[in-house]
Design a protein around this ligand. Structure first.
Ligand code: SAH
Length: 395
């Protein structure tokens, strides 16, 4: 072991509760001089062995815990075992020919801290967001190749998280070959183009897969407004479910061009209009024009990147939710989401409540939504729950 991290008195509780993070403030001293990413043992202040993790000297989260078993090394075999377990937990998806893109490994929630792996058809895109994970890329690639036989594995880094770990951002081919351009994946039988090297996140918003279906169930015969459309996943689901007409807004013309191509690929005849613009402004414009809709979807990007941004982000969420309520016909449906992990489900509901009060509309919660089950929430790591959504009826 390259080092031993000894905790402050009383700080062993969260480790005993199997929470995988150790913050700088919980550490009394470090015996040895661990290199970034090296395995370290964690001891209580009385010297008792607690857990094993990897050292991140640059991050406020100094240690990520990988194991609570003193006999278990953080080596290639452990990674292969954990990958096998993650795949076993997604058997139903792996066997479903109608859905070919989903998360294979969700970091701490799959007991592989810092490792995200998403399958897109024959390819896998990984994000390695901690130095402990980055150093073990080779073992991860070997396990994925051995267990899934992909055509290629591409690394797409999350620049924001890597910067906190003192890591450079990297986008590179780790194994095999890259596709020539965007590839087509299936989601519940619907075709979606995904740009593995240039798209958002690892290429698509896989966490919304089940929610697209839930929201679509309200769209038969409806006039739908889809805000923050990206490549149009919600619109395709809504059109297939029988929407009468759709207006989609996104600030990215490239994303909207791909959304239009996705509609063609699914042979959608529903009229869909794409508007490239800022949702905050476009909703005001629609209100000024006296427009109204039966269903409005709000799926904004992450507004909260650190605690200091919560208040400002709350105002942003309230603004778009209030505008959406004002644009809904009586009895219309608002499907509203937040993927900001630092904003709790309680606070999100309070924000939507505030919008309802200001809009002077009666708003009923019909369904509470969360991330798709291939993004599991580990009970001992509540931070793994980040996506929340409400389907509301607005009278
Ligand atoms: N609903 C999409 C995912 C949305 S991701 C899906 O199901 O796949 C968020 C999207 O919001 C991105 O495409 C980004 O380009 C867009 N975006 C970010 N800020 C915006 C703004 N102020 N106005 C309009 N679009 C915005």
């Amino acid at each position: 072991m390259s080092g031993v991290v000894v905790l402050q008195p009383g700080r062993e509780r969260s480790v005993l509760n199997r929470h995988p993070w150790i913050f700088a403030g919980a550490i009394a001293r470090v015996d040895g001089d661990p290199r970034d990413g090296a395995a370290v043992d964690v001891h209580a202040s009385d010297g008792a062995w607690l857990a094993r993790g990897t050292w991140s000297g640059h991050s406020q989260i100094r240690v990520r815990l990988w194991s609570w078993d003193p006999a278990e090394a953080i080596d290639a075999e452990l990674i292969a075992r954990r990958v096998r377990r993650a795949l076993a937990g997604r058997r139903a998806l792996l066997d479903d020919p109608q859905t070919t893109a989903y998360r294979l490994i969700f970091s701490e929630a799959d007991s592989l801290p810092g490792v995200i792996a998403d399958r897109y058809g024959d390819w896998i895109v990984v994000q390695l967001s901690t130095v402990g994970a980055a150093l073990r890329a080779q073992a991860l690639v070997e396990a994925l190749v051995d267990q899934l036989q992909p055509r290629g594995i591409y690394e797409r880094s999350d620049a924001e998280m890597r910067a906190r770990e003192g890591l450079e951002r990297v986008d590179r081919l780790l194994w095999g070959t890259l596709p020539d351009g965007p590839i087509e994946i299936l989601e519940h039988g619907q075709r979606l183009l995904v740009d593995l090297t240039g798209g958002h996140k690892t290429g698509a918003y896989l966490d919304q897969r089940e929610n697209r279906r839930r929201v679509a169930a309200y769209c038969r015969g409806a006039e739908v407004l889809s805000c923050f459309s990206y490549t149009g996943g919600f619109e395709i689901a809504a059109a297939v479910a029988g929407a009468a007409r759709i207006l989609a807004i996104d600030s990215s013309p490239e994303a909207l061009a791909m959304a239009a191509e996705n509609l063609r690929r699914n042979v959608i005849t529903t009229p869909v209009e794409h508007v490239a613009g800022n949702v905050f402004n476009e909703l005001r414009r629609l209100r000024a024009e006296g427009r109204s809709f039966d269903v409005i979807i709000l799926d904004p990007p992450k507004f909260v990147h650190n605690r200091a941004q919560i208040e400002r982000a709350s105002r942003g969420y309230k603004d778009i939710n209030l505008l959406a309520m004002q644009l809904l016909r009586p009895g219309g449906i608002l499907a509203t989401f937040s993927c900001s992990g630092l904003l709790s489900a309680d606070l999100f509901q309070k924000i939507v409540w505030g919008a309802a009060v200001d809009a002077q509309r009666d708003v009923q919660i019909l369904e509470r939504l969360t991330q798709a089950p291939d993004h599991p929430v580990l009970l001992t790591f509540p931070e793994s729950e980040y996506l929340k959504g409400l389907i509301c009826r607005v009278w």
